[in-house]
Write a protein that binds this ligand. Structure first.
Ligand code: PFF
Length: 455
């Protein structure tokens, strides 16, 4: 095992790189694509509040716990879990958490690549000028036609998967954080451009009401589960990224404050995306609950109708793709680290293997929008929807629940305190209280209430 060999100073080089890497994994399609359409489907403000509450009370403490495990074990997620168990004299069986995380990461990566492929395709569409002065109905129809074309979907997602595993296989992903010095600030600027456009052409008032004060009638126990699941998804909790990155954390990292800062920035981007998208949705009489197409219809429509919009639009979708790539490389890290560090495969070999698995899964997901659109699984879900629900509404909450119990109850307090030595006693006390007494019952009650409602 490589634990003893790994330098305590970490390979991230500096604290900034580590923070950027974590931010890179957090900010992605979840903020720009997933969050707005979930808000639309689940009726706005109440959803936003539950999302924020579960993000800070449940997802943040679990992410801190993941980084603590990684920083303690200094190895791939599975080995770090085993090491922590041994060191605290608890059962090795807890490492089952690593399996759940690895499987969740692979399944998410499959449908994530499909949507990231849409992002790449829209770079080309923006460049072709098809959205110039187009009506909202035309832009909507273009999206529907695009989804009906399996070859186009498979082409773009294949490019995305190749890029992801090339970066991961070559092991240059740690340098990827640097790219985000540019990508994330630029993305914020472009979201700002959209918001300014909305001040003139969008329906800001309706969007503001929808986002911050609407009373929803669609809000159910399942909406709470979806909000919590999304809090995990957006912060990359429950797939082992915290453990994998924590293994390289620099020595003097204030882990708690770092994770909180990432969560704040992540939410800021999500809310900015909401402010960029919903005023257009209301002004153009689009349906807020139209589902996964929300971003791919509302934003091209806006770009198509603003001065220099095509240039902005092109840049926007390039950034969406780059940012999705950062998240995808992070997602690949748990299964990659397992194959490389425990199975002793060479990195490029592991990348080809995992890339092939993800490609096949993603292929089935893409077909669920066209040729397999009538093939239903449990409760009339297409494969794409099934993977999304299985991961976000089941695997991530289960992985998070087990992590709270493991770190909150099974690991020795002194071990945790050492890893969080940069935080105050009060912070440590509050974090551990969240892990022991708030997060586990919250996750359990939310999952149970939603399953009773579904059954
Ligand atoms: N947090 C990413 C997003 O919001 O798009 C998705 C993600 C990335 C989830 C990496 C999990 C992960 F490990």
């Amino acid at each position: 095992m490589s634990i003893a060999l790994r330098a305590r100073s970490g390979v991230w080089g500096s604290r900034t790189t580590f923070v950027l890497a974590l931010t890179t994994s957090a900010i992605g399609l979840g903020n720009l694509w997933r969050f707005p359409y979930l808000l639309g489907e689940n009726g706005g403000a109440l959803f936003l509040m539950v999302y924020l509450a579960t993000l800070f009370l449940v997802a943040v403490p679990v992410m801190i716990a993941e980084v603590v495990i990684g920083s303690h074990g200094r190895a791939d997620p599975m080995s770090s879990l085993l090491y922590a168990s041994k060191h605290s004299g608890t059962f090795a069986a807890w490492s089952v958490i690593g399996w759940i995380m690895g499987i969740a990461a692979l399944l998410i990566l499959a449908y994530y690549s499909v949507v990231a492929g849409w992002g790449l395709a829209y770079v080309q569409k923006m460049d072709s000028g098809v959205f110039g002065d187009a009506s909202a109905a035309t832009v909507g129809q273009l999206f529907i036609d695009f989804l009906a074309d399996p070859e186009a979907l498979v082409y773009w997602q294949s490019i995305f998967i190749i890029l992801t595993f090339a970066i991961s296989g070559l092991g240059i992903h740690r340098g990827l954080g640097v790219l985000f010095w540019f990508a994330i600030p630029l993305l914020l600027v472009l979201l700002g451009v959209l918001i300014i456009f909305n001040l003139q052409y969008g329906d800001m008032e309706k969007a503001g009401e929808f986002l911050f004060s609407s009373v929803s009638f669609d809000f159910t126990a399942r909406s709470v589960l979806i909000a919590m699941g999304h809090a995990f998804f957006t912060l990359s909790v429950g797939v082992g990224v915290g453990i994998a990155f924590g293994a390289y954390a620099p020595d003097k990292l204030p882990i708690g404050r770092t994770v909180i800062a990432v969560a704040v920035l992540d939410s800021f981007v999500a809310i900015a995306a909401g402010l960029a998208i919903f005023p257009i949705v209301f002004a153009a009489n689009l349906e807020p609950s139209m589902g996964p197409g929300l971003m791919f219809v509302s934003l091209p429509y806006a770009f198509g109708n603003m001065p220099q919009g095509e240039t902005y639009g092109l840049l926007f979708f390039v950034l969406v793709s780059v940012i999705a790539l950062g998240s995808a490389v992070a997602l690949a890290e748990t299964p990659m680290a397992y194959l490389v560090e425990r199975m002793r495969l060479r990195r490029p070999v592991a990348a080809v293997l995992l890339g092939a698995v993800v490609w096949l899964l993603a292929l089935s997901c893409a077909l669920s929008f066209n040729q397999w659109s009538e093939v239903y699984f449990y409760e009339s879900l297409t494969l794409f929807q099934l993977l999304d629900r299985l991961t976000v509404e089941f695997l991530l909450p289960v992985a998070a629940l087990l992590t709270t119990l493991y770190v909150g109850y099974a690991l020795r307090r002194e071990v945790l305190r050492v890893e969080l030595y940069r935080e105050t006693n009060n912070f440590f006390f509050l974090w551990r209280a969240c892990l022991r007494y708030i997060a586990p019952p919250a996750i359990l009650v939310i999952m149970l209430a939603a399953s009773i409602e579904i059954l």
